[in-house]
Design a binder for this molecule. Structure first.
Ligand code: NAD
Ligand code: ZN
Length: 360
């Protein structure tokens, strides 16, 4: 399946299907990428071991020269130090203005490699080969970044890929916990924009968890589509794009307090979406918003409660630290119905605290 992301500055396709890694070289040709300039493939230790050879071979068959750079797995690899290492490899391999950087991995590799592509010689071509479900989210929108010790994603740029090659076969090696957590962002895209798709996710939970090809291709397609519609209506992050943060206010706070590892991002925002639904109901929306949201996450075996040992006050202060707030109220993305959200500027902090307590 093919989806076009239409943005003002450029438009690019996302190819979603089986066996696509082997087509990497052919896709490079199709997109007019010259074989005269070397290609740099950035991966992490897991995706390098599993898929690097396949991508290299597919490119070599079409006459492309490749270099590769692999980082340790995990968020701690999104640093300026590793960006500089990658540039060293790029220089040594002779990458020039017509070269391409490939991101072969999840969101971590995508963000790092994308920022390398955005900054090397003031910007070269970029191709995403996402290998996690969560990366359906990071492969649309062009946000690329590394972290600073004081703040996540604070050093970055907008840099769109030439194309995205989403080979769902690669998802078969993902730990089931990563599958579940990634699906939580897919579900989010249904909850913010597309009621039918949200209910479809619920009905197809077991197929998706079993990585049924047809279901997975459809879900990734619909998830990317919602993200691309929202992003194309708001390319530089004004207001609309904020709706993509459903569940993230509470979710980010939980991630920060739990310490990395205990809660994956997708797990934390699933709880955050339950929290937002509960706040919404308390502020007058129909009870359904909460019961259906809970039902959907239950169908996927995603936890809907905050781990009891996390301290409410720490969660609250992480939230206040993270977000703008004024005079006892906070800004929240709240569901109005399944498939619809609104940005609410005056959610009482006391209600948020009560909700956090209740969810434990
Ligand atoms: P990740 O890249 O760390 O991948 C998760 C784990 O799965 C890692 O250990 C990785 O090595 C492993 N892995 C990846 N593919 C695999 C495969 N096919 N088989 C086996 N193991 C595999 O994390 P993620 O969840 O994909 O992405 C999270 C990152 O994405 C965060 O840094 C976040 O900031 C970023 N992100 C960016 C955007 C954006 O718009 N740019 C959006 C959402 C998230
Ligand atoms: Zn997220």
């Amino acid at each position: 399946r093919e989806l076009r992301v239409e943005l003002e500055e450029r438009s690019y396709p996302i190819y979603i299907g089986e066996g696509l890694l082997n087509e990497t070289g052919a896709m490079f040709e199709k997109h007019g990428i010259t074989a005269k300039s070397p290609v740099l493939i950035i991966s992490d230790e897991n995706t390098a071991g599993l898929y690097l050879r396949r991508v290299e071979d597919a490119l070599k068959q079409k006459g492309y020269r490749t270099a590769s750079y692999s980082v340790p797995a995990g968020e701690q690899s999104k640093t300026l130090a590793l960006l500089q290492d990658a540039v060293t490899v790029a220089l040594e391999a002779g990458l020039d203005r017509s070269s391409t950087v490939i991101a072969l991995g999840g969101g971590v590799v995508g963000d790092l490699a994308g920022f390398v592509a955005a900054t090397y010689m003031r910007g070269i071509r970029f191709v995403q080969i996402p290998t996690t479900i969560l990366a359906h989210d990071s492969s649309v929108g062009g946000k690329v970044a590394v972290n600073h010790p004081l703040a996540k994603n604070i050093i970055g740029a907008f840099h769109q890929p030439d194309f995205v090659l989403y080979d769902i076969d690669t998802l078969k090696t993902l730990p089931i916990r990563e599958v579940r957590a990634g699906l939580s962002e897919v579900i989010k895209h249904g909850l913010i924009w597309n009621e039918d798709f949200a209910y479809w996710c619920e009905a197809n939970a077991s197929k998706l968890l079993a990585l049924d090809s047809e279901a997975l291709i459809y879900a990734l397609y619909e998830g990317c589509k919602v993200k691309s519609i929202v992003v194309s209506q708001d390319e530089r992050e004004n207001d609309l794009r904020a709706i993509l943060n459903l569940g993230h206010t509470i979710g980010h706070a939980l991630e920060a307090v739990a310490g990395y590892g205990e809660l994956l991002h997708g797990e934390a925002i699933a709880i955050g979406m339950i929290g937002a639904a509960r706040i919404s109901v308390k502020m007058g929306q129909p009870q359904d918003v909460l019961t259906v949201t809970e039902r959907i996450f239950n169908a996927f075996g995603l936890r809907t409660a905050i781990p009891a040992h996390l301290d409410t006050d720490s969660i609250m202060s992480a939230m206040m630290h993270d977000k703008k707030f004024k005079e006892g109220t906070m800004v929240f993305i709240l569901p109005k119905a399944i498939g619809k959200v609104e940005i609410h500027k005056d959610v009482p902090i006391s209600l948020v605290k009560e909700t956090v307590d209740f969810l434990k």
